[in-house]
Design a protein around this ligand. Sequence first.
Ligand code: IPM
Ligand code: MN
Length: 354
Amino acid sequence: MKSFNIALMGGDGTGPEVLREGVKVLDAVAAKYDLKFNYTDYDFGGERYMRTGETLPDSAIGELKKNDAIFLGAIGHPDVKPGILELGILLKLRFALDQYINLRPVKLYPNVPTPLKDKGPEHIDFVIVRENTGGIYTGMGGASMVGTGNEIATQLMVYSRPVVERCVRYAYDYTRKRNGKKLLTLVHKCNVLTHVGDLWVRTHKEVGDADYADISQDYNHVDACTMWMVKSPEFYDVIVTSNLFGDIITDLGAMIQGGMGIAAGGNINPEGVSMFEPIGGSAPKYTGKNVINPLASICAGGMMLDTLGESAAAKAVDTAVHDALASGKIKSLSAGHMGMGTTEVGDLIASMIK
Ligand code: IPM
Ligand code: MN
């Protein structure tokens, strides 16, 4: 029996509720696939911050690093000023654990409404590989003469060849493993960002030409990409892109796959400790009502299994989610309209793990 140590961070709002269902499904998988998960709970989030002033102490990072993966509910509290928890917990973890990949599948399951007219599951099934620790997110830059009429501010888009290359290599490897259309599209803005864009374009081409002859290469400017994602999403297999562009287009991706109720993501360090989360946020107004949709958290658990090397178990989660939605038993993905409660959705998926 293989065993894994998993750090659980329920976080704020509905985070703990959806995480509970994700864990329920993991345990159902464990029973069928001869796995064992040892969980440790951590209470980082808005409540703890308001109580203690602490977001994520450095000692916690050392502890979290001892786990095989981190499973996160949601971070975000209405009474905490925007930025504090995002920077102090989410981004701090990404940087400290060097989770340099943000992996976001964009997949439309059966019976899930998409806002895209005439598109179905056969059209919407691709994956976005977002660079997750560099670029504009490094926080480099500064401000001067703040508050005067001449105030200036800069925020630098910083990329080095190694940081770009490790991301691009991950994306090529992922495209190969996914074994779909075997097409890796680089999304950037090289017509304007002539320095950084050029670095990405050359790295994508050089790495692909040298080591991935089986993968086709393509390139879209990011503004055009948002048009194609709406008009012809079937065009994509895997997209690789820089941090800020990835942040923006993955929210668009979440909407075309049916919304935040189903959108999952992984903050991945392929050589280290990765963190998986539903990307929807803490939805505080639904807290404790048993109405929030846990499917995104359940899907994030599936991604965690895949990253831990348990691909059959991961596939079982995806199949259960697919089959549950195909059955029509879940009426809607929106909170309060599912035709059942949060815990019942978790029970349903857990019961369908084969
Ligand atoms: C995301 C979020 C974060 C980001 C915020 C909360 C810092 O939007 O995970 O996409 O910008 O990366
Ligand atoms: Mn985002």
